[in-house]
Ligand binder design. Structure first.
Ligand code: AMP
Length: 283
C-alpha cells in the first residue's frame, strides 16, 4: 500500500493512475478503523481498479473541542487494517496540509441540516462539506463511498455534489453492526466495558420501533415518545433526539407506514460518548 501525507505527490501519483486508464474509488474516514469502514473499502474494491482511503480527523467538523481531543487515533493500527483489506493508497494529511490558510466557505444545504445532527452540532455539516469537497478536489475519484450509519451526512454530501456539480458518484453503503446490534463506530472504543453492555439498547429500540410500525402503529409522535422513554429507562443512556423523518427531505412526518420512505434517526449520550444510529423504512 502506498502512503501519502502530502497533496502534491498524491496528485502526481493519481495523474499516472489516470493516464493508465484506471478508475479510482475513494473512502474518506477519520480513522480508528473498524469493519464498517472495511465494508466501504470492500465495496470500492469491487467497483474500481484503485482504492484510496483517507484518514483525517477534521477539526472543522467538531463543535466540541473535548470530543475532538478525545477522538481515537491509531495510525499504525489503521495502516495495518488497510493493508489487510487490500487498500491501494492511504492519504493521511496533517491539519496544516489540508488547511494551509483558513477556508471560510459557507455551504447552503437547503434545509437538510436544520434538524437532528445539524441542530445539535452547530457548524458540523459545514465542516464536513468543507473537508469532503477539498478531498474530492484532490483525489478526483470516480466514486466515493459513504455509510448510511451517518444518514444525514450522506444526504448532505449528495446535495453538495449535486448543487456544485462535482463529477463524482456517491455510493451509499449499509450500516454494519456488532453481533448485539450496536452500529459499529470508532466512538464505541471510548466506551467502558460496563457502558458497552448498555449500548445495544439503542439499536434494539430502533428495531422494536420498526416492528411496531410493521404491526400497524402510524402515529410518529406516539412512536417516538415510546422509543425515547424506552432508551432513557436505562439510567446510563440519555436520548438527545429521536426523529422519524422523510428520508429525502429529512423533515419530520406525522404518520408513518411500513412502506413509507422514512428514516428513524437518533443520537444518544452514554457517559461522555455520543452515539448515533438510524434505521430505514420502506425498503
Ligand atoms: P468516520 O470515520 O466515522 O467519519 O466514517 C467514515 C465513513 O465510514 C463514513 O462514510 C461513515 O458513514 C462510514 N461508517 C462508519 N461506521 C459505519 C458502519 N457501522 N457501517 C457502515 N459504514 C460506516
Amino acid at each position: 500500500m502506498l502512503i501519502f501525507e502530502s497533496i502534491k505527490p498524491l496528485k502526481e501519483y493519481l495523474l499516472k493512475v489516470r493516464s493508465q486508464g484506471k478508475s479510482i474509488g475513494f473512502v474518506p474516514t477519520m480513522g480508528a478503523l473498524h469493519e464498517g469502514h472495511g465494508s466501504l473499502i470492500k465495496e470500492a474494491k469491487g467497483r474500481h481498479d484503485i482504492v484510496i482511503c483517507s484518514i483525517f480527523v477534521n477539526p472543522n467538523q467538531f463543535n466540541d473541542k473535548a470530543d475532538f481531543d478525545r477522538y481515537p487515533r491509531d495510525i499504525q493500527k489503521d495502516t495495518f487494517f488497510l493493508q489487510q483489506h487490500s487498500c491501494n493508497v492511504l492519504f493521511a494529511p496533517s491539519v496544516e496540509e489540508m488547511y494551509p490558510v483558513a477556508d471560510n466557505r459557507v455551504f447552503d444545504f437547503k434545509g437538510l441540516d436544520v434538524r437532528m445532527e445539524g441542530a445539535h452540532r452547530p457548524g458540523h455539516f459545514n465542516g464536513v462539506a468543507l473537508i469532503v469537497t477539498k478531498l474530492f478536489e484532490i483525489v478526483a475519484p470516480d466514486s466515493a463511498f459513504f455509510g448510511q450509519k451517518d444518514f444525514q451526512q450522506l444526504a448532505i454530501i449528495k446535495k453538495v455534489v449535486e448543487d456544485h456539480k462535482i463529477p463524482v458518484q456517491i455510493i451509499s453503503c449499509p450500516t454494519l453492526r456488532e453481533t448485539d446490534g450496536l452500529a459499529m463506530s470508532s466512538r464505541n472504543m471510548l466506551l467502558s466495558a460496563e457502558e458497552r453492555k448498555h449500548a445495544s439498547r439503542i439499536s434494539k429500540t430502533l428495531f422494536a420501533l420498526k416492528e411496531q410500525i410493521n404491526k400497524g402503529e402510524t402515529n410518529t409522535a406516539t412512536l417516538a415518545e415510546w422509543a425515547i422513554r424506552n432508551i432513557n429507562e436505562d439510567p446510563l443512556l440519555h436520548t438527545e433526539y429521536l426523529e422519524i423523518t422523510d428520508s429525502k427531505t429529512l423533515q419530520p412526518i406525522e404518520t408513518v407506514a411500513p412502506e413509507s420512505k422514512a428514516v428513524i434517526c437518533t443520537a444518544v449520550k452514554l457517559g461522555k460518548v455520543r452515539l448515533i444510529d438510524n434505521v430505514l423504512l420502506g425498503q
